[in-house]
Design a protein around this ligand. Structure first.
Ligand code: PEP
Ligand code: MG
Length: 325
């Protein structure tokens, strides 16, 4: 039987058979660190940094970036904070500098592509992240990585920013871990190669669902097709977890899926040991985790992998969840 939410807040993030699970928070604003900490999270698995661009109408300076990042790093220290670099464009519009005449914005100049095109903007952010890295346990993560070349260009930009700061005598953490989002099917298919190039991964199911099923994540008319329960999506998640596991690289999942208790058993059964969820969902996910064994979750996952439709997957997972209540 599941415990009441408030009773588990201070208990360890672990399964009923004592397997420790990393439970991280997703944030957008520095002020949200308080909520993350109050829910007993192990750190921040996704800091969406776009907010600086979505509110004001002038381009934020390096100092503005730095102040926000330092605040988060210090508030969470010594817990880890995964800072995702700018993911502007498509669903995250701003005054600048996304083109407004794109036919398919989700297939267009968004996210890392936009950052690599507007190198001044990217450099400003990278410098600020590096400067904040001495104030806490900072990691950096690139979004929407599709090709190896793209990742290498982003890493090169980071190395250049490090060199500049070194010349200026500005301190930063030279060893800060570098990771990437897995949110494009191409990245999943090339996981073995990406494993050689990054320190960690985070699966972004919000975009992975959209790009796998060819369904615009923001289009109401096709919303019924948009689901993490689709067998193809689950297969890609399994492939990502397996590939990272084989290479010994940590992998988390920071899309909405990890914050839904419906999927907790499935994800644990697929081998996921790190979840990054919106702070409000932390305790519900933790409650399910604490109520199940890995052995049981593996059986659930095995069963799910045999199902043929998202409807069957959801029905089955709902039944399994109800058994716990
Ligand atoms: C995702 O795509 O799953 C993700 C976490 O990023 P965002 O929702 O910000 O695109
Ligand atoms: Mg995304």
């Amino acid at each position: 039987l599941l415990a009441r939410l408030e009773e588990i807040k201070d208990l360890p993030n672990e399964t009923a058979d004592g397997v420790r699970i990393q439970l991280l928070g997703n944030i957008e604003f520095p002020s949200e660190t308080e909520l993350v900490l109050s829910r007993g999270a192990d750190g921040i698995g996704l800091y969406r940094t776009e907010f600086l661009y979505l509110t004001g109408n002038i381009e934020p300076s390096e100092e503005v970036h730095y102040a926000a990042y330092k605040e988060v790093a210090e508030a969470m220290n010594p817990l880890p904070v995964v800072m995702r670099t700018l993911d502007l464009g498509a669903d995250k519009l701003s005054m600048l500098p996304t083109p407004d005449d794109e036919r398919n914005p989700f297939l267009g100049l968004r996210s890392i592509r936009l950052a690599l095109k507007h190198v001044d903007l990217f450099r400003t952010q990278l410098r600020a992240i590096l400067r904040a890295s001495v104030s806490g346990n900072i990691r950096i993560m690139f979004p929407l990585i599709t090709t190896l070349i793209e990742l290498r260009r982003a890493k090169m930009m980071l190395a250049d920013a490090m060199e500049d700061l070194e010349e200026e005598g500005v301190p930063f953490d030279r060893d800060l871990p570098v990771g990437m989002m897995v949110e494009v099917p191409a990245a999943v298919l090339q996981m073995d190669r990406f494993c050689d190039e990054v320190d960690f991964f985070s699966i972004g199911t919000n975009d992975l669902v959209q790009y796998t099923l060819a369904v615009d994540r923001s289009n109401k008319d096709v919303a019924s097709l948009y689901t993490s329960a689709d067998p193809a999506v689950i297969k890609l998640i399994q492939m990502s977890i397996d590939a990272a596991g084989e290479a010994g690289k940590p992998i988390s999942l920071c899309g909405q899926m990890s914050g839904s208790p419906l999927y907790t058993m499935l994800l644990l059964g697929l081998g996921l040991r790190s979840f990054s969820v919106s702070p409000s969902a932390t305790l519900e996910v933790k409650r399910v985790m604490r109520g199940v064994t890995i052995e049981h979750c593996e059986k659930v996952a095995k069963r799910v992998l045999d199902l043929e439709s998202s409807r069957d997957v959801k029905t089955y997972l709902r039944e399994e969840l109800l058994k716990l209540l």
